[in-house]
Design a protein around this ligand. Structure first.
Ligand SMILES: [Fe+2]
Length: 347
């Protein structure tokens, strides 16, 4: 194997492995199995590893690679992004429209047992810029926060509010569209939904028009289960009602296109209007401190600044596989145009 590296924000480094021979899949999988312990060490240290230049052409190839690194892949998904199964353990990364930026987050931080590891692979690379899956070392974010801001989050914790349409609902305009609850829980049976919510510690409230409100609370930061290093570990960037406009503004500063500028303004208008007509509990999604107090906008902006400073975005190449330590490294998605297929697996 040839080893090189990607330079991340603030001096972070992501190790990259490429083939020294033909890059065949069987050779790669054998090597990964043999080096499992060393790879685990690299993931703990750097948060992510990129495999580039191998013959990973189809989702099933990617499944083999991910399984060679991590035999315990899972396929139950209680996240919020619309996702389709591609193989037994491989899913489309997100079916959200290309113009939606997905802000940085560790996967499913609101679950009792979030995934330990995450894998992405590029089947079709976007052309003409955009569509990256940027990564960010959330341990560096935790360490880089202003101590007063960090303390407010540590003491305050996070309360997430999510409002879902049901099987008969939908069609309402949402810039950040959540799945319907039956798509999220893969059932239309309310008792099953309630049982799954209880398992995760979510409060579930049924509302008029087949709607479901989920309330969950969590700490804002979390220690790595193996290394003990504390990382920023929550979904504020994704769920706070001000996040869409704030993220789009930064996307525009990076991509300089009219679409993101127009969407920034639209997001500002929509979220402004929403705040006037609905209370925090009725927004499609929102976050407060655990006790329901609003998080100051300056604190949220500070967090976003620290995240964007530490982010690393690299253009996808077909066949790329990224392995991520989910308790250390976050991921997101930048808007793009045209075809793009990125798939995901987790453990
Ligand atoms: Fe995600």
């Amino acid at each position: 194997m040839r080893r090189s590296e990607l330079q991340g924000g603030q001096g972070s480094v992501i190790p990259v492995f490429g083939p020294s021979g033909d890059g065949g899949l069987s050779g790669l999988c054998a090597w990964l199995k043999g080096e499992r312990a060393a790879l685990g060490e690299l993931l703990r240290e750097h948060g992510a590893v990129l495999l580039r230049g191998f013959e990973v052409r189809a989702p099933i190839d990617f499944e083999r690679v991910a399984q060679a690194i991590e035999p315990g892949l899972k396929n139950e998904y209680l996240g919020t992004s619309p996702r389709d199964a591609v193989t037994e353990y491989v899913f489309s990364a997100s079916e959200l429209p290309p113009y939606y930026p997905i802000p940085q987050h560790c996967e499913m931080t609101f679950l009792r047992e979030p995934p330990r590891r995450l894998f992405f692979s590029c089947m079709v690379a976007p052309q003409g810029g955009g569509g990256e899956t940027p990564l960010c070392d959330f341990r560096r974010v935790a360490a880089g926060l202003d101590p007063a801001v960090r303390e407010r989050f540590e003491r305050g914790g996070i309360r997430i509010i999510r409002n879902y349409n049901g099987p008969s609902g939908g069609g309402r305009f949402d810039l950040w569209k959540l799945k319907r609850w039956d798509e999220m829980f893969l059932t239309t049976d309310r008792a099953t939904v309630e049982a799954k919510c209880a398992e995760q510690g979510f409060e579930a409230h049924w509302g008029p028009g087949d709607r479901l409100r989920l309330i969950s609370v969590q700490d804002a930061l979390r220690a790595h289960p193996e290394t003990g290093v504390v990382a920023w570990f929550n979904h504020v960037q994704v769920f706070h009602q001000s996040s869409a406009a704030a993220e789009l503004r930064r996307v525009h500063a990076r991509q300089h296109d009219l679409r993101s500028l127009g969407l920034t303004q639209l997001a500002r208008v929509v979220t402004g209007l929403r705040r006037r007509v609905s209370d925090a509990e009725s927004l499609p999604m929102h976050c407060t401190y655990r006790d329901g107090r609003e998080i100051p906008e300056e604190d949220l902006e500070h967090v976003r600044e620290v995240i964007w400073r530490n982010m690393v975005a690299f253009p996808w190449q077909v066949g790329d596989v990224v392995a991520i330590d989910n308790f250390a490294m976050s991921h997101g998605r930048l808007p793009y145009r045209g075809p793009r297929q990125v798939v995901v697996a987790w453990a």
